[in-house]
Design a binder for this molecule. Structure first.
Ligand code: SF4
Ligand code: SF4
Length: 195
């Protein structure tokens, strides 16, 4: 058969030495490498029992935010979907009915809100585009899933826990954002006192 290239380099195979034929030195060398790793700091963690903490600038899974009374902030204005370069966000708006004031902050809300995590590139433009502080990128990541459908996150997957009904889970979901919000509130309080 004709060779595909003329750059063939024929390598000379040296015969094995007695030590190589015994395999013992190679086995001992391999075992020493294995044992040396027992005393090194492991780069892996026992997920999900242990969680890795990400820096505050980390852009992870989106969270749909509530106000301090637990009302949904999103008004289904669609600005996040327009800003999204990956076209990962879809939503359906609905009008707030009398008696639903404790559920939704404004007269319009997102009856359906979905983000396709397989499309999302975690750029954070949805957070920047939102005029209502209704969406932000958290310090967590989308867990693995066996099915494509499992990566379509709906409103219930994205909504932050209720701050009054589930305060611990709410604080946990806020992460370092809680400290930033406290600092922001303190600064605005100081500013209002100065004026
Ligand atoms: S982070 Fe970027 S890609 Fe992901 S949903 Fe928001 S705007 Fe779209
Ligand atoms: S998350 Fe913000 S930008 Fe997106 S629809 Fe809701 S209010 Fe509008």
């Amino acid at each position: 058969m004709q060779a595909l290239t003329d750059k063939i380099k024929v390598l000379e195979r040296k015969p094995m030495t007695i030590g190589e034929r015994l395999y013992l030195p190679a086995i001992i060398k391999g075992m020493l490498i294995t044992f040396s790793h027992l005393f090194k700091k492991r780069p892996t963690i026992s997920y999900p029992e242990q969680k890795r903490y990400f820096p505050s600038v980390w852009r992870g899974v989106q969270i749909l935010n509530r106000d301090e009374e637990g009302r949904e902030r999103c008004t289904a204005c669609g600005l996040c979907a327009v800003a999204c370069p990956a076209e990962a966000i879809t939503m359906e708006g609905a009008e707030r009915m009398p008696g639903e004031e404790h559920l939704y902050k404004e007269e319009k809300y997102a009856a359906k809100y979905e983000i396709n995590m397989l499309r999302c590139i975690f750029c954070g433009l949805c957070e920047e585009a939102c005029p209502k502080d209704a969406i932000y990128l958290s310090q967590t990541f989308a867990p693995a899933n066996y099915h494509r459908k499992g990566f379509i996150y709906d409103k219930q997957d994205l909504l932050i826990p209720h701050p009054i009904e589930e305060p611990d889970r709410y604080k946990q979901a806020l992460g370092e954002r809680a400290t930033a919000l406290k600092q922001k509130a303190k600064t605005s309080e100081e500013e209002s006192m100065d004026n």
